[in-house]
Structure formats: C-alpha cells, structure tokens
Design a binder for this molecule. Structure first.
Ligand code: PLP
Length: 377
C-alpha cells in the first residue's frame, strides 16, 4: 500500500529552490576533486528497492535484496588495477575514502596491536581522526616542499621506535598538492632497518582512479609493497553519492575475522548495513568506461592540467604541479575568485584540480577572470 504523501506548496518550492541552487553551484567548480560528468539514469529504477549489502560481500547472506555480486566485481576490478595477488584479495565498497582508511588501519592494528603509525604532515585529516578512534600511537613525519613524505625523517622516526611494529600510511596524492609517496621506497626503508613487522597502507582517494594509467607508473600498489589501499568512488570516477573501495590482503582479513568470530558471523566491515546502490553505480561506471575509458579520462585530465599550468605561468603566476599530477598549485587569488570558482585554499596557496569534467573552456574562463583582476590592481 502506498502511503499518501503530498508536499505542501511551500515545501515543493523548497525542493525546487534546492534543485536550482545545486544546479548553479555545480557550474563553476574547479577546486574540489569531484567528477560530475556521469549519467546513471539507467539505474534509476533501482531506487525503488531497499538494497542493503549487509556484512561481507564475499560470503552468503540471508538478506538478498542486494548487489553483492556486482560489489565483488568492483573489488576485483580495482584489485587487478592495483596488482593485488590473485589469491589474496578481499575488500568492499565503502562510504568513501575515509572509511577505507579507517578499515585499513583497523586491520593493521588488529595485526599489530602494539604498532606505531607513521604518516606525513600533508596527510588527509581522516587519518588523524582514524588513529584517534582506534587508539593507536602515531608519529607525524615531515613533508618535503612538494608535499611528499620526507623519507629521512621517516627513517629517523622509525629508528626511535624500532622495537615496535611500523604501520606507514602513504599518500597517493595528498589533498593539497597531489604528492605521491613512493611505497617501494618506504618498503625498502622498512626492510633495510630490519623492521620485520610492518604494514603499508596507501591512501589513494583521488589518484587511485588514474595512477595505474600514468606513465611512468607511480610506485604505489601491491607489487610495490602495500598491504591495503583505499580510493574514493565519487572523486575520479564520479557518483551521485559518496562511495569508495577498500582492498586488503585476504590473509590479513581472515586473521582479524577469526578474532571477531565471537559475534557469531563474519561481520567484517565497519558498518552493519551497507549501501547496496553505490556498488551498483560503481559497477555501471567501470563497465561503461572500461580500461580504455579510464585511460581517456586520465589523458584528458593531464592535458587540461598542463594547459592550466602553462596559462597561469604565462601570466607570471608561480604555478606548479607534481609530476603527472592533475592538481595545479598557485598563490591564492582574490576571495572573489576563490568564491566564484570554489577553490580550496590553505596557507596562502590555492589549487585547481583538473577532474575529467573540467574543460579547456572552463579554464579559459577562469584565466580570463584572473586577467581582469590583474589589470585592475
Ligand atoms: C578526499 C580524500 C580522502 C577522504 O575521502 P572521502 O571519500 O571524502 O572520505 C582521504 N584522503 C585523501 C588524500 C583525500 O584526498
């Protein structure tokens, strides 16, 4: 039976206002890593169902109004891109990059309860929050001017705590400058220092979506020594609601699953009920795009990034970007421009992130605004 639901005229108006306001704010949007060029209209009929991917996507459940079969495909697709060992893959579709970070650090802590977490000062705020939630000790390591981890400082910090297992968080694209920490180098440091008990997590929220398609390929994945990786689905790929994917080694997951066996099930994820729509959206995106589509998006973003960097430099602005980054960093412009283009700004530096939906034309319009401002000063 359908309940009788009708909005009052004022509420109807509210809805319409929200719709138009969202529609217009989404036009000029250069500062945040969110793709908007998606069309999931084919999936609209699924919004009629109470999908819920309760529990472990890799084990059966009695709740079957779900999309776990697709969720497994999504996990396996990214596990392949991140060169995970075929027989040692486990993961799930999360609510976003932050949840993937939390889950990975949870796995690391269960493996090494006395571990020390190391992450650089350029790290996303979710890591600090997660280590606090998990009550793990941590050391903040210095960053180099480009935002990459200062490996010498890491070495020194580990040296002070060499009796403890080391859990290192590597940034595969920092939030402000899209710097990528080299996980092969980190692994090498841990091995050279004979820290046998170690764990490397890759926070690849944005750059995980394109790093596999960049030449030279950044060193960031399972072949390069990581134990887990977290990416966001609403960033490079794009989805109407936040989403993400976390991948860990199955052996590690099995060890912690045993530890929590007293709950009487393999309650292997952070939340109980889980979004059943987001796996479907991500599945749809990867099927539609295919590896070729991902490559094209990557090339487009890199092209626009290089164009933007040059345009700014031609105006005499000290713009720069990390190797093969889609993020351009430059001294903060006026608050009017920051506002209009929604530029994330920190310590006097702003950035533009050339997401796949950012066009050359938008960059030209942005540059025109900057030019006008320079002339009037
Ligand atoms: C965006 C971001 C996150 C958080 O991801 P959400 O999907 O917003 O939870 C974590 N780390 C980095 C480096 C990010 O850029």
């Amino acid at each position: 039976m359908k309940p009788i639901m009708k909005l009052h005229t004022t509420e109807q108006q509210q809805l319409e206002e929200l719709y138009h306001s969202i529609k217009s704010t989404t036009q000029n949007f250069l500062g945040y890593p969110v793709s908007k060029d998606f069309d999931y209209s084919e999936l609209m009929p699924f919004l009629q169902f109470p999908l819920n991917n309760l529990g472990d996507p890799f084990s059966e459940s009695t709740y079957r109004v779900d999309s776990r079969a697709m969720e497994r495909e999504v996990v396996n697709f990214f596990a392949g891109l991140f060169r995970a060992h075929e027989n040692d893959i486990w993961g799930y579709v999360t609510n976003g990059g932050s949840e993937g970070n939390l889950y990975s650090l949870y796995v690391a802590r269960e493996l090494y309860p006395k571990g020390m977490v190391y992450f650089s000062e350029a790290t996303h705020y979710s890591i600090q929050k997660n280590v606090t939630l998990l009550n793990i000790n941590y050391v903040i390591v210095k960053s180099l001017p480009n935002g990459e981890m200062d490996y010498n400082d890491l070495k020194e910090a580990i040296g002070y705590n060499r009796h403890r297992p080391a859990i290192v968080v590597a940034n595969i694209g920092t939030t402000m400058t899209e710097a990528k920490d080299n996980t092969k180098k980190i692994k090498g440091i841990l091995e050279d220092m004979a820290i046998e008990k170690h764990y490397i997590h890759a926070d690849a929220a944005l750059a995980g979506g394109f790093a596999p398609f960049v030449t030279p390929r950044p060193q960031f994945d399972f072949e390069d020594g990581i134990d887990s990786i977290s990416i966001s689905g609403h960033k490079f790929i794009g989805s109407p609601m936040p989403s993400g994917v976390v991948i860990v080694k199955k052996d590690n997951r099995d060890r912690i699953a045993r530890r929590i066996a007293y709950i009487g099930s393999s309650d292997a994820t952070i939340t109980g009920s889980r979004n059943g729509h987001t796996p479907l959206f991500l599945w749809y995106a990867i099927k539609k795009l295919g590896v070729e589509g991902f490559k094209k998006r990557t090339e487009h973003s890199l092209g626009v990034a290089s164009y933007t960097e040059n345009k700014l430099k031609n105006l005499g602005i000290e713009a720069w970007r990390n190797p093969n980054a889609i993020t351009i960093v430059f001294p903060a412009p006026s608050t009017e421009i920051i506002d209009k283009w929604q530029l994330a700004t920190e310590n006097g530096q702003s950035h533009i992130i050339c997401m796949p939906n950012v066009s050359y034309e938008q960059i030209d319009n942005f540059i025109a605004d900057i030019e006008v401002e320079m002339c009037t000063i």
